[in-house]
Design a protein around this ligand. Sequence first.
Ligand code: ABU
Length: 812
Amino acid sequence: MFWFRLPVFFVVITAAVRPCDSLDFSNSTVKLYLLGLFPMTGSWAGGQAVLPATKLAVQDINANPDILPGYELVLIPKDTSCDGGEATDVMYRELFNRSTTKIMILGAGCSIATEPTAQASHHWNLIQISYGSSSPKLSSRTLFPRFFRLLSPESLYNIAKLAIFREFKWKKVATLHQSVPLFSLSMADFHWDAKQRGIDIIAAESFVDNPRAQVANIKELGARIIVGGFYSQMARRVFCAAYHQKMFGAKYVWILPGWFETEWWRQQDDSIDCSVAEMDLATANYFMIYLDTMPSDTNRRPSLSGLTTSGFLQKFKEIAGTDDVESLSGHTHMTLGYDTVWAAALTLHRAQARLQELDPALTLKDFSYDGSTVKIFFQILSNLTFEGVSGPVKFTSSGDRLGLLLLRQLQAGKRVPIGLLDPTIGSGEDIIWDGYQPIIWKGGAPPIDFIIAKDDYRTIHFPVFITGTAFAVLGIILASCFLAFNVYFRKMRVIKMSSPNINNLMLVGGMMAYISIVLLGVDTGIASEEVFIGTCKAKTWCLSIGFSLAFGSMFSKTWRVHKIFTNKTAMKTVLKDARLMTSVATLVLLDVVILILWEIFDPVTAEKRLGEKVFDEENDDIVYTPIHTMCQSANLIYWIGAFYVINGLLLVFGAFLAWETRKVSIPALNDSKYIGICVYNILILSFIGAPVSFILEDPNIHFALIATLIWLATTLTLCVVFGPKIKMRNDIRPAQNTMVSAVTHDMQSRAAVDSQKEINLLRQELKILRKRCKEGSEELREESMAACSSATTASEAVEKTSKLAPDSKNDK
Ligand code: ABU
C-alpha cells in the first residue's frame, strides 16, 4: 500500500512546491513559511487530496493582491504517514531548522498525528490549524491551547445520528468502534448523548484489529441498528465479518463516518476473506454522516476566494492532475484544506495592523516564535468569520468548526445525499429531507430496531401431565390391591411367613413414590409459583421417604432371614416385626432430618432458567427465550448427593443380605432373588435417570423420563415382590377353606394337591429348623429349646396337615 502510494506523494509534493518556488516575486516580498503536515499513507491517507487543495490555496492567496500584500506564503509539506511518532519527528526537525521561521502549522490530518504535534507546537508559540482531525480530544483547550480545526469533532455527528433515531423511532442501538482515541472518545460521547435521550445501548463493542467476535456478539444481542466508528481498513474487516454473520440487508442499518475513501470496501485487502461481490452486499445502503464540505452552487454565498464549489473543483482537477477526484483519499476534505490556508492567511493579514499597534511596532517579518505575536494571531483566529469554499467558517471557543451535517446513503455504490442538518438552527436536531434523494429501504420500510423478544415459558403440557398422573393413579390402585390382598390373607401361612406388616410398609412406600410422580408434574404452567415451590418440596419428601419405606422394609425382612439362617446364634436374635419397623423408621427419620436441615439452611426456591434464544421460524424479527422454572437451592447437588449416598448404601446392604440368604429355600420367607432383581432395576434406572435428568432441557421430556423411571422402578419392585406371593397363595389354598368348600369331587382333588404342597413347604421349614437346633451351642441351649419347640409345633402342623391331605402316604 505504502509503495503504491509513494509515487503519488512525490507527484503531489512536487506539484505543491514547484509553483511556490517558481513564482517570481520582487525582492520586497517577504516569505511566510507554513509547515504542512499531511498523511500521504496510513489509516487515513487524506493528504492525497488535501495537499493539492492546500497548494491551490497558497497559489490563489499569493496571487491575490488584497491578501498579505508584500508577503509570499510558502508551504513546507511533510508526510506524517498518519503516525504520531513520524509527525512529531518531522515537526521537530522543521522547527529546529532555523534557516526558515515557520509562522503557522497546518495539519496534521490524522488525529493520532495531530494530538502530539498540537500538544507541542504551542511551546513554540505557534498556531496549528487542522483540515482533517476529528478526535473529540482535540477540543481541549488545556491540552491544545493554540489549536484550531476546519471541521467538527467526530462527536458532533452524534446530533445527526440521534436525529435519525428519532425520525425512525429507533430506541435500541449497538455501537462498534476501533480502539483509538478518535473513536473511543466520540463513542463515549455518543453513549452519553444517547442515554440522555432514552436510547438504549444494547451493545457497546470495541476492537483493536479483529472485530469478528464483537460483530457476532452484536448479532447475538439482537441489535439491528449499528453505529460504527473505525477507519476504512478496519471497516472492511467489520463488514466482512458482518457478511459472514448475515448482518446486512433489509433488517440491518449501519451508520458510519462519512469521510472514507470512495469504494473503500472494494479495495484489495488480504486481511479479509470476502469477495468484492460479498462486500458489495454487506455494505449496500449503509448510512454515513459528515460535514457538507462541498455545498451545492445553488443557494450558496460566494466564497471569499471568489470560487464556487464547481469552480474550485475545476481548478483542483487541474492542480491534482486528475479528473477522478473521488479516487483520491481525503477528497471529502479538499475544500477544508483549501479553507485552512485561507484561515491562516486572513489571520496573518489582519494581524499586521495589530502588530503595528505594539510598542515597539512589529511586522509579520519579525515573528520569531514570540508570545506577543501568537496572542494576536489567536485572538484574530478565534473571532474569524469568512465564507469558505466549504461553507461559512467560524470557530467555537474550543477551536472547532460547526458546519452543516450531510447525511448520505450508499445507493448502487454511490454516496447519495439524503438529508441535511444545521446544528446552529433551532434545536439543531431537525433533518431537512426536502431536496434530497429518498432513502432506499431494502424491506420497503425502516427496519425495527430490535428483534422482538418474547418469553417462552416451557412448562409440562397438560396431556403429558395427565398421562403421568393416570399412570401414577394406576400404580396407586395396584399398590392398594396388593395391600388389600396382604390384609385379607394375612392369616394365611404363606402370607404370614412373608411378614405382611412389613410388606404393607413397603406398599405405603410404593404409593408415596407414585404420588411423587403427580407432584413432579405440577409446574408453573398449572400452579402459582408458591404452589410450585410447595410441590417441589413435597415431591422430594415423598420420593425419599417412599424409597426408604419400600426398600428399608424389603431389606429388613431379608435381614431377619439372614439372622435366622446364617447366624449360629440366630435363635437368640429372632427379630420381631416391631424391631424391623423400628429400623425402617430409623431410615425414614434420617431422611426427615436431612429434609428439615435442607429446608432450614438451603430452602428450595423457584429459579427461572433461561435457555438458548430461538428465532421464530416464520419471522426472524421475533426471538423466543425459553424460560424453565425449576426447583433450585444453592447446594442442591449436595443435598441430592446425600440421598444418593444413603440410598446407595442401603441398596448395597440389601444386595449383600440377598446374596447371603440366596440358599434359603423357603419361598414364602425369602425374597432374596426378587431383591436382587429389584436392586438391579433400581440401579439401572437410577444410572439412566440421574445424569439424563440434569441434561434434559425440555420439561415434557424431563417429566416423561423421570416419571417413567420412578413408575417402572416402583411397579417392577412391587410386582416382583408381591406377584410370587399371589401365585403362592393361589397354589396353596388354606386347609380350612378347603374343608369347608370341598363339596365336589373336583374341589376335593384340588384341595388334596394344595395340602400336599403345604405339607412339603412345612417339611422344608421343619428340616431347616431342626438343623439349626442341632447346630445350637451349649450356651444357647435355652434359646434353642424354644426354637425346637417351634420346630415341634411345625412338626405337629405337618402331621396335622398331612392327615388332612387325602394323598399323604407317599410323602411321608
Ligand atoms: N476526518 C478524518 C479523520 C481522521 C482522523 O481524525 O484521524
